[in-house]
Write a protein that binds this ligand. Structure first.
Ligand code: BJ8
Length: 428
């Protein structure tokens, strides 16, 4: 694809040699991790295509849409409501990144002991390798963890139009009121940027579109409850990652298409692995493209991932927004109700997350939970203790992995994961 899009990348201000190097690394990792899997569902070809064109055709589509008076909004958090973006005919894209590309540059402006997710986003911006950042008409940050909150103070001078949402940290009535006020402020900023008014009809349409996208993912998740599980965790993770980039209508149709195929597989008793394969739920920090290290280790060590308690996964998609109501204000309340349920570890206290992980482990018949933490992510690292306790009280074994985006610890993680798989496989 590289040759066809060089002009576009130049216009976006990308550093072409660095960008070529990034695409080289990405392509290699994709081949080694994804394409090397056996008997993948045919429906994954669509997602392979999306990935092969993630810096090409999709960016061209965004630019064409901008030419037709649509705005592109980039964000880093599942608290940013795509429904509001769609209500001004905007396009939502995720900006989180999952590789240590550009860390040297990121560490010139951020402390080394910043989590890899934040450093990666900065590395992509400073290294001029991310066409999504460069295509965004507005970038939305949020006051969640301290790392993000403080780094946006630096990011605001590096990008054109940064809007920071002030998010609550407690699930109180005051917290809910703050979320509503902030969503209203965001809606106003979107209206000003786009020149389009958020009407009840437009907002309702946006809610319906995002709900359809979520329902398709729920269907995929339901299929993963089967034994044998009809799709690898790696492929399911990829679909959850593409959720943040693709056109919502096309994405929804593609997820249903693969689900039709997976239903057939289930009927025929066909699985990604044999019935006896140990089943693992992954919980914790979000995994952005191309952060596939830990899932790849799990599945190449003989287990299968059956679900993700993650913002790139069930924490991000699990609730629908109520579509009823005939005023913008009522629909805004519905949005607030839906988003306020997200149990990100930045909330204190955060008991519902423990309950959700337990529920998910049972729902997906997981024999063990791998709690995935990015190093220097205090919210999830600290919350691992209570999660371990809650799960082990229920007899569900937990393996805690603290890692980053480097490959240096891959061997060590593999040894620990193999021992864990042996333990849960034995039912010990
Ligand atoms: S709602 S999980 S997407 S904030 S890994 S940057 S928390 S130090 S990503 Fe998140 Fe929204 Fe919460 Fe979800 Fe900080 Fe931790 Fe890094 Fe993190």
């Amino acid at each position: 694809m590289a040759e066809d899009y060089r002009q576009m990348w130049t216009e976006l201000g990308l550093d072409l040699p660095s960008h070529d190097a990034l695409l080289g690394v990405l392509g290699q990792a994709y081949g080694d991790i994804y394409l090397a899997q056996k008997d993948r569902p045919e429906g994954m070809q669509y997602f392979d295509f999306v990935m092969s064109e993630v810096h090409g055709l999709r960016i061209k589509e965004l630019r064409d849409a901008q030419g037709n008076d649509r705005k592109v909004i980039g964000s880093f958090c599942v608290f940013v409501p795509e429904e509001l973006i769609l209500a001004v005919d905007g396009i939502s894209v995720g900006l989180c990144a999952g590789t240590e590309f550009g860390f040297d540059k990121a560490e010139e402006v951020l402390p080394r002991n910043t989590c890899a997710l934040i450093k990666s986003a900065f590395g992509f911006k400073l290294g001029k390798v991310c066409p999504y950042v460069e295509s965004s008409d507005m970038i939305v940050g949020e006051n969640t963890c301290d790392g993000k909150k403080k780094s946006y103070e630096i990011l605001k001078d590096l990008v054109n139009n940064l809007f920071v949402l002030d998010l609550p940290q407690m699930k109180s009535e005051a917290g809910k009121a703050l979320l509503k006020a902030e969503y209203q402020r965001f809606a106003k900023a979107l209206e000003e940027l786009s020149g389009k008014k958020i009407t009840m009809e437009r907002l309702k349409k946006g809610i319906e579109l995002v709900n359809l996208k979520r329902k398709a993912i729920h269907r995929l998740s339901d299929l993963r409850k089967n034994n044998p599980v009809p799709i690898s965790g790696l492929d399911a993770l990829l679909i959850n990652q593409v959720f943040f980039y693709d056109d919502p209508v096309r994405f929804t149709a593609s997820v249903h298409k693969i689900c039709d195929e997976l239903e057939d597989r289930v009927k025929q008793g066909q699985g990604f692995r044999a019935k006896e394969t140990p089943r693992i739920l992954v919980a914790g920090c979000p995994m952005a493209v191309p952060n596939w290290k830990t899932p790849w280790i799990i599945e190449s060590s003989g287990a299968v991932i059956v679900g993700e308690e993650s913002c790139v996964g069930e924490r991000g998609t699990q609730w629908l927004t109520d579509e009823s109501g005939d005023t913008v204000d009522k629909l805004m309340d519905n949005l607030v109700e839906r988003y306020f349920q997200i149990d990100c570890a930045v909330f204190t206290p955060n008991p519902t997350r423990l309950e959700h992980i337990k529920e998910l482990a049972k729902k997906y018949h997981a024999q063990g939970v791998l709690h995935y933490n990015l190093q220097f992510c205090q919210p999830y690292q600290i919350e691992t203790g209570p999660v371990e306790k809650a799960l082990e009280d229920e007899g569900i074994p937990v393996l805690r992995i603290d890692t980053d985006y480097s490959q240096e610890d891959a061997g060590q993680i593999k040894t620990r994961v193999e021992a864990f798989i042996e333990r849960i496989g034995d039912g010990r």
